[in-house]
Design a binder for this molecule. Structure first.
Ligand SMILES: [Zn+2]
Ligand SMILES: [Zn+2]
Length: 118
């Protein structure tokens, strides 16, 4: 991880409640879609992941979206309907989790698996 140079930023972070997805248009023109469950399941916080260093998928009951807050200029923090909101998603991490059609195709139709995952 850790791409050098200009950081790609979200232009916006939107909730598509009908599809239960977070939608992020980026400054480089990419349009990301993330099912709530993908973001909740890959929550990077210590409570979800322990202190092992590698990320693992967390199977949790379906959640709704409550709110999102910016974290500095590098990430965002989502709060879910199970009132879990500790995870700080760096923008480069979010891009790895992108579930848009193009990114899903690039992964051969597989669900996202971040580079930091074991
Ligand atoms: Zn968490
Ligand atoms: Zn994408």
């Amino acid at each position: 991880m850790g791409t050098q140079g200009k950081l790609i930023q979200p232009r916006d972070i939107k909730d598509d409640a009908a599809r239960r997805e977070i939608v992020i248009p980026w400054t480089d023109g990419h349009l990301s879609r993330f099912p709530y469950q993908v973001l909740r399941g890959w929550c990077p916080c210590a409570e979800c992941q322990g202190h092992g260093g590698t990320l693992t998928w967390q199977e949790v009951p379906p959640v709704g979206f409550v709110k999102v807050q910016p974290v500095g200029l590098y990430g965002a923090q989502f709060t879910w309907s199970d009132m879990h909101g500790h995870g700080i998603f760096r923008f480069d991490y979010l891009r790895e989790l992108c579930c848009c059609e193009a990114c899903t195709k690039q992964r051969g139709g597989k669900p996202p698996r971040p580079a930091a995952a074991g």
